[in-house]
Design a protein around this ligand. Sequence first.
Ligand SMILES: Cc1cc2nc3c(=O)[nH]c(=O)nc-3n(C[C@H](O)[C@H](O)[C@H](O)COP(=O)(O)OP(=O)(O)OC[C@H]3O[C@@H](n4cnc5c(N)ncnc54)[C@H](O)[C@@H]3O)c2cc1C
Length: 428
Amino acid sequence: MAGIMATRTLHDAGYDVTVLEARDRLGGRTHTDSSLGSTVDLGAAWIHGPDGNPLTPLAEQLGVGMGYTDFLNRSGTAVQAYSHDGTPLNMAEYTRGQLLADAAVLNAKASILYQPPTNDARSLKDWVEHGLPQPATMTPDEQRGFHYWSVIRAEYNDNADWDLIDWPLSGRYVKLPGGDLLLHGGGFKVLIDHLAAGLDVRLGTAVTHITITPGQVQVQTNRGTFSASRVILTLPLGVLKSGQIQFDPPLPDAKQQAIQRIGFGNYEKLALRFDKFYWPQDKQRFNYLSEGKPSLFNAWLNTGFYTGQPIITAYHAGRRAREINRWGDGVFLEGALAVMQRLFGDKFGPIPTPQAYVRSNWQNDPLANGSYSFDQVGQRPDDRQTLAEPINQQLFFAGEATHPHFYATVHGAYETGVRAAREVIGER
Ligand SMILES: Cc1cc2nc3c(=O)[nH]c(=O)nc-3n(C[C@H](O)[C@H](O)[C@H](O)COP(=O)(O)OP(=O)(O)OC[C@H]3O[C@@H](n4cnc5c(N)ncnc54)[C@H](O)[C@@H]3O)c2cc1C
């Protein structure tokens, strides 16, 4: 998205711009799959905060199907949670626990913003264990809701383990208002294709070396060398971390250190298509309080709630994502079906093998090397700014990880693309 938006902005301002993209498709970490007969986004799927978000009017204009996801279960009817043995939880109590956790998290983040922490608590784990005020008495199901929202849900937001997330620093992430809007019926691909229309895009062109000489930047690829007066780099942070791109001269020390300190996490999806619904069609999400370490299959989206198609998607983040990425498809499917049987088997009978499935593996994709950036313990407050700084007004940097407060999102990537283009034009 950042690369497309940088190019779009420069192209529309009359500049001659070429996009070098290693994949044979556009979109990067937005990847809309159609193999299940209905679109499923294996990368970004939600507009997180549609109010004031440039993606919302675009998706509306292009007629992309959209529907809200009530993660917190404010409505009381959107989510069903289950204990480790598959027993449905009391959702009034569970939801109260989630709301209590949400309030405690907001309070903690607000207090951190106005008053830096006086204790040593840095990670989310430290805060939940020592800093997050928990009500003195909670029922077991309230406690489960509290734990899910403060730990599991936070790990999904940050795509990282709770002991790695720098909780005070993560308070700088700004969530736009308006809830969470799931794109379906076309997905993010519709937006990307629209924004890229008419641009000079070279697919299958993998950058390997970048050389800066006075007045010129040379970009070496598997399809020859390109020269330009200015280059905007929108590589995922995971690719920059891996060291697979050679820079001559090397990137400044401060930038290299920022690249290593900013966190880059893991988040994976498995979407399953069945012949019919074997789960409650009227719920948006299922939370499973499994007990293993790491606890697996604890987040499910009823994709069919939005599309009417019998598709359900399991999510894993942080260490859970890395664990399932070690599994072959057979073991993964077996695990998913065993959990579905535990949750839904009583009401819906034996859960059959799905007709089709698709899974992501961003962690082992060398063009991503993970999912998206997060604030990692040890990161410095100005690291994202350092990452964004141009070199000699010749090499410019964009991409979600460079955004000061909308990082980890598609709209964040969008804004950094526009920002880098303006830097090239000299407007900033
Ligand atoms: C599983 C998952 C779920 C997510 N969920 C959401 C969500 O619901 N909502 C949301 O807002 N955000 C979400 N995100 C984050 C969002 O997808 C990203 O923040 C955003 O798409 C990043 O855009 P970008 O332009 O910075 O990077 P990218 O989209 O990764 O673009 C970088 C491009 O560089 C290319 N590239 C890599 N190496 C080379 C090379 N050597 N040569 C040439 N090209 C190269 C890549 O192929 C890619 O196309 C999610 C991400 C993942 C992975």
